[in-house]
Write a protein that binds this ligand. Structure first.
Ligand code: ADP
Ligand code: UDP
Length: 236
């Protein structure tokens, strides 16, 4: 696999072409941002941890029947993935109230909700990724009804699989964000990453936050929390 030209540099990852037109290489950085890029910093070794954690979870999901972009981890920070056209939606799944949902609905953080909440945000940094519903999504042409139905069913299945898997590691899955993309033949697959940057993980015994909220809220021991997640998931 030959690494080609850099196609994109985002806030947390770079994306490269390869000599195979159907494959990309993603390269994870230590850069951290929050509040739509307003707060900036670095988290030592975050790129390594997120690369490994995301690949570990995607492999687990793939085995359980969820199609993902994961192909092969080629270094600490680099992974070969299937090239997709990203569907411009942040798909958010919530089990416990936290973050923006707590603010919007006046629910104290940690409130267990009666049922799982599924939300969509339109991926547009200039607009601050606004919350949208299915009517907005069809009107914008971001996805079709069939695609959105599939995305919703994958998102709920991923929630169940991740919740069960993390429970045994004493990690409570509060909420998370995922992205989907379409391969050239139109197949919808899970893309991007699943990591402490994109999930809220709380220690189920102590309630300690083990995710990016430590960076967002200046809670200290940010690196330690990321290391702890890698240790529990990968044993190192
Ligand atoms: P952002 O763009 O929000 O700053 P990142 O720094 O994580 O985010 O950049 C990675 C970019 O690559 C994102 O825009 C993401 O949607 C995109 N991406 C993730 N997986 C794939 C894939 N398999 N094929 C194409 N693009 C992808
Ligand atoms: N999230 C994310 N990227 C975003 C926005 C949210 O990965 O651009 C994740 C976030 O880490 C959390 C979940 O989605 O696990 C819900 O986030 P929320 O809407 O509460 O936003 P926040 O308060 O984190 O900005």
């Amino acid at each position: 696999m030959k690494k080609g030209a850099q196609l994109y540099e985002g806030k947390a990852k770079k994306v490269f072409a390869t000599d195979d037109p159907q494959l990309y290489i993603v390269d994870y950085k230590d850069d951290a941002t929050a509040f739509n890029g307003v707060k900036k910093g670095t988290i030592h070794d975050k790129g390594i941890i997120n690369n490994r954690v995301s690949n570990h979870l995607m492999k687990m999901l793939e085995k359980a029947g969820v199609p993902t972009h994961y192909v092969e981890e080629i270094s600490d920070r680099e992974t070969v993935v299937k090239k997709v056209k990203i569907i411009p939606l942040e798909v958010i799944v919530r089990n416990i109230a936290a973050g923006s949902l707590s603010k919007r609905l006046g629910l104290p953080e940690g409130t267990k909700m009666r049922s799982t909440v599924l939300e969509y945000c339109y991926k547009d940094d200039a607009l601050g990724d606004p919350l949208v519903n299915d009517y907005h999504i069809f009107a914008l042409g971001a996805a079709t009804r069939e695609e959105l139905d599939l995305i919703a069913s994958y998102a709920l299945k991923i929630n169940q699989l991740l919740t069960d898997y993390l429970k045994d590691l004493n990690i409570e899955l509060i909420d998370f964000k995922i992205e989907f993309g379409k391969t050239d033949d139109g197949t919808v697959i899970l893309a991007d990453e699943i990591s402490p940057d994109t999930c809220r993980f709380w220690d189920s015994v102590t309630g300690e936050k083990l995710d990016k909220d430590r960076f967002r809220r200046d809670l200290g021991n940010v690196e330690g929390a990321y290391q702890e997640i890698m240790k529990r998931l990968l044993g190192e």
